[in-house]
Design a protein around this ligand. Structure first.
Ligand SMILES: [Zn+2]
Length: 244
């Protein structure tokens, strides 16, 4: 008996939902990949769980941070072809794995009906601790629990069906960013300028970084090399989980 070939992600899907903890998370790790999808006609929705109100580096008044960061994320989304950005409004830095969070993510999954969900890895990256902010791991685990079993089980959170008419939905693939077991790279070389434009929209977060472009190009070049892409290419990497 021969072992089955590893399952590849779908070539093309109609709808993708990205669920991330903070404004800018999607742009650092995934915006290049998102730009390739929107260019191919895939509809992409962002669901940002917190307003990033604990982020920043300067004297920006704290009570303005949430509104500023929502606006920055909306602009960054537009730079890679995403119009639909939803905020769940949880407090930054204090996320816990709760049934409320699972229900709120399940609601968005049932509303958007994505074939593919992108989120953060619930597993810690031991060699780069900054990639594994506790909020990121909490959102990753909550999203996986929403994908299976909550969103697909009509009897889970029955109020979603009874009060809001949201039918059960089964997501086919989950792509985990910043994963210690990344197994799939997306060549983003052709869309790198759009990704960098998206990142620069996060003024409250990145405007003090003198070589943001160089840093990002360096990371993405290393990922491309690790996955055996040709010299000079840049990539983003994911752990693809088949969830149908
Ligand atoms: Zn973050």
């Amino acid at each position: 008996m021969t072992a089955p070939l590893p399952q590849q992600p779908a070539e093309h899907v109609e709808r993708v939902l990205c669920v991330l903890a903070h404004p800018d998370d999607v742009d650092f790790g995934t915006a290049g990949t998102v730009a390739t999808w929107t260019a191919a006609g895939t509809e992409v929705t962002y669901c940002i769980v917190t307003d990033g109100d604990a982020g920043g580096f300067d004297e920006t008044p704290r009570d303005q941070m949430a509104a500023l960061r929502r606006a920055e994320q909306q602009a960054a989304a537009a730079a890679v072809g995403v119009e639909d950005v939803r905020f769940l409004g949880y407090p930054d830095g204090r996320l816990e794995l709760t049934l409320d969070l699972r229900r709120d993510i399940s609601r968005v999954i049932r509303q958007v009906k994505p074939q593919r969900v992108v989120t953060s890895s619930p597993e810690r990256m031991w060699e780069r601790i900054g990639a594994s902010h506790p909020d990121h791991m909490t959102v990753g685990e909550s999203t996986l629990r929403a994908v299976y079993p909550d969103a697909r089980n009509p009897f889970a959170f029955p109020e979603l069906l009874d009060d809001e008419g949201l039918e059960a939905w089964t997501v086919s693939e989950v792509w985990l960013g910043a994963s210690p077991r990344a197994d799939h790279a997306v060549d983003v070389t052709e869309v790198v300028d759009r990704k960098l434009a998206a990142l620069r929209c996060h003024v409250t977060q990145v405007s003090h970084m003198s070589d943001l472009d160089g840093m990002l190009r360096g990371w993405m070049t290393m990922i491309a090399q690790r996955f055996g892409l040709p010299e000079g290419r840049m990539a983003e990497a994911f752990h693809v989980v088949h969830t149908a």
